[in-house]
Design a protein around this ligand. Structure first.
Ligand code: ATP
Length: 315
């Protein structure tokens, strides 16, 4: 009988082949922005929702830490230590006490600075991918703990689904709802909007009394999620940053109007914009609305999506 092969202590842990992770974009079904805190963040009361538009990050063994990319934002996005995927890999390596060695490659479909948390998604993907590559074996909760220091939206993208976000958005708890798939249309815009600038614009609008009334509690939206009627959900979608995004990019008003004219049940700006997100009655309506938005020339591209979907996962 031959003896079974066993790895010895010198054998590297983790995956020897490439690890591929898919991570979704997020939209905020409710984005309630509270007062500015002393640490410079606003207190948020938000409902995150992960949708089926994905970035994909592949991690391979390497002698240093490198990042390459293709897709949305190629040529514009820095691939150095400022990139959130690289920052995430360093953060995990520091936490787990391993060398941050990996060759990362990003295939990006989530537009840059689009209000869909693409950068946060890539950070979440890098945490999950490097954890598998290096065999550090952290739980999702541990990864979410590291994620919170990388950005407010990063913990949510570790979990995905639909979740309540409080604090500056980093404290997430899942929303328990009956399994329902909602059908969305995303209208991508030309160019991005800066999230910090959108918050500053909201503060300015509030100071001058020209912002709309704050959304307040998420109760209405959470109750709507428990029903399965998209019309009920449509009536409760809201975003306190929308006025700011519209002030910074007035053309978004025409995009929102065109989506609703095309038969969407409701349209809102996603996060800090400029992406607009529309809820539709079903998948067929979503296709129709997307086609009409593109034909009307009110966006760079319109894509259909469904949600909720999982957070960052090895495929
Ligand atoms: P949010 O909805 O969380 O406010 P966003 O979708 O508006 O974010 P992101 O695409 O996440 O915007 O990126 C915001 C900024 O983060 C970019 O302009 C870029 O400078 C920086 N960034 C760093 N790493 C990445 C990355 N991997 N992908 C996208 N942006 C990144």
């Amino acid at each position: 009988m031959t003896e079974a092969w066993r790895p010895d202590d010198d054998e590297p842990r983790g995956a020897s082949g490439p690890v591929r992770v898919r991570v979704p974009a997020k939209v905020n079904l409710h984005l309630g922005v509270g007062p500015l805190r002393r640490d410079g963040y606003h207190e948020l009361n938000t409902v995150y929702h992960a949708i089926s538009i994905y970035d994909e990050l592949t991690a391979r063994r390497g002698d240093t830490l490198t990042l390459t990319m293709e897709g949305e934002g190629t040529g514009e996005l820095a691939l150095d230590d400022s990139n959130l995927a690289i920052r995430a890999a360093h953060a995990l390596a520091g936490y787990a006490g391993v060398m941050p060695h990996a060759r990362l490659h990003l295939r990006k479909q989530i537009p840059l600075a689009g209000g869909l948390a693409g950068g946060s998604a890539d950070a979440a993907a890098a945490l999950v991918a490097c954890d598998a590559l290096w065999g550090t074996g952290l739980s999702r909760d541990e990864l979410a703990g590291i994620a919170a220091d990388l950005g407010s939206d990063v913990p949510f993208l570790i979990y995905g689904g639909t979740a309540l976000g409080t604090g500056r958005g980093e404290a997430v708890s899942p929303v328990l709802a009956r399994p329902t798939s909602w059908h969305w249309v995303l209208a991508f815009a030309d160019g991005g909007l800066s999230t910090p600038q959108a918050y500053r614009e909201l503060d300015r609008l509030r100071e001058t009394g020209s912002a709309g009334a704050p959304l307040g509690s998420t109760d209405g939206l959470l109750a709507a999620l428990r029903q399965r009627d998209p019309r009920v959900l449509a009536a409760t979608l809201g975003n306190d940053l929308q006025d700011a995004a519209l002030a910074m990019r007035p053309s978004l008003a025409a995009t929102l109007k065109a989506g609703e004219a095309a038969g969407a049940l409701a349209g809102v700006v996603s996060g800090s914009g400029p992406t607009c997100v529309f809820l539709t009655a079903d998948a067929a309506d979503a296709e129709r609305v997307a086609a009409e938005l593109e034909a009307a020339g009110v966006c760079r591209q319109a894509r259909t999506a469904h949600g909720p979907v999982h957070g960052a996962r090895v495929t």
